[in-house]
Design a protein around this ligand. Sequence first.
Ligand code: NAP
Length: 243
Amino acid sequence: MTDKKVALVTGGSRGIGKACAIELAKAGCDVVITYAGNSAAAEKTVEELKALGSNSDSYKFDVSNQAEVDEAIAKIIEKYGRIDVLLNNAGITRDDLFIRMDAEKWNAVINTNLNSAFYVSKPVVKLMMKQRSGAIINTSSVVGLYGNPGQANYSAAKAGLIGFTKSLAKELGSRGIRVNAVCPGFIETDMTKDLPNMDEYLKAISLRRLGQAEDIAKAVKFLALDADYVTGQALEVDGGMLI
Ligand code: NAP
């Protein structure tokens, strides 16, 4: 048990999730991260979090598997006693033009990027309702707002997260729980490292640079810890790509 705020970051071992975990630890939270399979990355991130004074641990489970989620979240709640911040961040891409997209690619992305938020939020919201406080942030994408060729599955999942965010915000506000989404633009992580035509994207970004995971982490920290009167919002953090 701990007196500090406890933050749970799914997919917190790498990329955007890792940067968010570190920002929340710097702000004084105990940060718990989850991951799918890359144990080495998770262990390294936990060491970095501990070096910042966070009582941290990592949990390996598939966010698209409700039974695995329930088991892991129960263990986290038993160990930490409370969850003040939940960042539903784990996600994948399986891009293809719609005409070629098979059901496997569609379902993998919907299950991992959207159904996961339902599975993870369910036990966490129950706990936050008892606490009468909490902040949930869902990692959506600008693609969920504006669409993108080759990403019908991904944009559907990310748009779904925005609807989920707004509905939960309306249901849970009276219980002291805020729910927001962050919509990153193009951020330099493993997920985007092989994307073609980056120069073309750069021309469309007002700030003329790709985003860094830390750019998203600052927005997530704001929504998680500072934005006391902000709920139901989808905050675009894209360097002015879509204005
Ligand atoms: P990333 O570098 O590929 O990291 C993905 C993280 O999610 C890893 O920790 C990974 O664990 C975990 N993960 C993946 N599938 C999982 C599963 N089934 N169960 C549990 N954990 C799983 O991705 P990223 O670029 O940081 O993206 C993070 C989030 O931001 C995603 O939701 C993504 O859609 C969103 N986003 C990214 C961008 C961008 O430009 N990068 C833009 C908009 C939105 P392992 O390390 O074990 O694989």
